[in-house]
Design a protein around this ligand. Structure first.
Ligand code: SF4
Length: 408
């Protein structure tokens, strides 16, 4: 059975406005990314935000860690607006957010959301004062806040509670389960505290990240039970390369499939050769593989085997994929909804006709020892049989006419 949009039921959360977009509730699950430039380098940060935005990031987070980076934020925002780029900009604050946002009100105004980490707000005696300051700044500037705990920076207060629990309680809760318990406590209690200080509940987003897939799933299931705030998902410190991608995809997909999650990010350590936009592409692929959101037409092709002439079949699959990829920027503007199209390119009669009928358009190429003809299916019905040397061009013509007819 195929997973489709109608089967994806989201847990109901509060709707929150971030810049010009809405998240939570029934709004689309949004993709977030984060720059890795020094924010005080205005030009480099602006350039990377544009790259992430062009790749499809719907919110971009930047580090605001010192006075120079705080001073750069409004300049970066102005440059983005000059290019009509209204992507919401999120400031990532640790340790000194209350100082920077109060000293540079233009930074607070330019940002669309502040991300704070309850573990990095201040020690036992400073937490309450600093937390109150930053919440008041959010209220003053009308900005939403993400309370984002991370198990690499659990607050001192929560670590003390954990140690006391281990010393005083006779239960056999493992260290790892206690970590998860106090991580969840830290976001839930911080959200309640923010509300009691006057921050409206529709200005709060929560996240609770760990670097282990199963722990992340456990923690988010618990937070989702305890709160109605929108949840930002992501495996923290996922790592590098294929391992990081697979771990991120596993964790995020399981949670989305349970209806949990309103924004997502794949935190990948960039490899030398890969661009920062890789994390955006991974998120798009997750949403599209789960049938939640499509970003470009899907080209389905079988892996090929001894039953087909591999070179021709592989070439045709590759060419149709490139055609979609190359035309998508123009198609997006000209053919609204074309991203939901499915094209099948199949290698032989075994699964070719069946898979082609499931797609909007599909072609079943002749396998070895089959009649040298390629039936084309449109909307589940046999449309035409192609033969000879021009199969590829004729198939592309059929595809283009279908798009013209159905998405213009
Ligand atoms: S559809 Fe045919 S060619 Fe493709 S994998 Fe299946 S059996 Fe092999």
């Amino acid at each position: 059975m195929q997973y489709n949009k109608s089967m994806h039921t989201r847990k109901e959360t509060i709707s929150v406005k971030i810049g010009n977009i809405l998240i939570g509730s029934k709004h689309p699950i949004r993709i977030q990314s984060m720059t890795n430039t020094d924010t005080s380098d205005v030009e480099a940060t602006y350039k990377q935000i544009m790259e992430l935005y062009d790749a499809g990031s719907e919110m971009v987070r930047i580090t605001v860690n010192d006075e120079e980076s705080a001073k750069s934020v409004s300049k970066i925002k102005a440059m983005l607006l000059q290019k009509n780029c209204t992507v919401p900009l999120i400031g990532d604050f640790h340790f000194n957010g209350h100082i920077l946002l109060s000293k540079y009100p233009e930074t607070a105004s330019a940002l669309d959301k502040f991300r704070i980490n309850p573990g990095n707000i201040g020690g036992k005696d400073k937490f309450d004062t600093n937390f109150e300051k930053i919440i008041n700044l959010a209220i003053e500037h009308g900005k939403p806040i993400r309370i984002g705990a991370n198990w690499g920076s659990l607050s001192k207060q929560n670590i003390d509670k954990l140690i006391q629990h281990k010393e005083n309680e006779k239960d056999d809760i493992s260290y790892s389960n206690l970590m998860k318990k106090y991580l969840v406590d830290s976001v839930i209690s911080s959200a309640s505290k923010a509300i009691s200080l006057g921050l409206p509940e529709d200005k709060i987003i929560l996240s609770c990240k760990t670097s282990n897939v199963q722990d992340l799933i456990d923690v988010y299931e618990e937070v989702a039970k305890l709160s109605k705030h929108p949840l930002h998902l992501g495996l923290t410190e996922a790592g590098i390369g294929r391992d990081a991608i697979i771990s991120s995809v596993s964790a995020i997909s399981v949670l989305l499939n349970k209806g949990i999650g309103d924004t997502i990010r794949a935190s990948l350590t960039p490899e030398n050769i890969s661009s920062r936009t890789e994390e955006v592409k991974v998120c798009q692929q997750i949403l599209s593989s789960l049938g939640i959101r499509n970003y470009k037409p899907k080209v389905i092709s079988c892996p090929g085997c001894g039953r087909t002439s591999n070179t021709y079949f592989i070439e045709l699959s590759k060419n149709i994929k490139s055609l979609v990829q190359d035309n998508m920027p123009a198609w997006k503007r000209k053919y609204p909804g074309v991203e939901d199209l499915t094209v099948a390119v199949m290698g032989c009669i075994v699964n070719g006709p069946g898979e082609s009928r499931h797609a909007n358009i599909g072609i079943s190429l002749p396998g070895n020892n089959e009649d040298p003809s390629a039936p084309v299916y449109v909307d589940g019905k046999k449309f035409k049989t192609l033969r000879g040397d021009n199969i590829e061009l004729e198939f592309i013509d059929i595809l283009q006419s279908y798009i013209d007819k159905n998405y213009s």
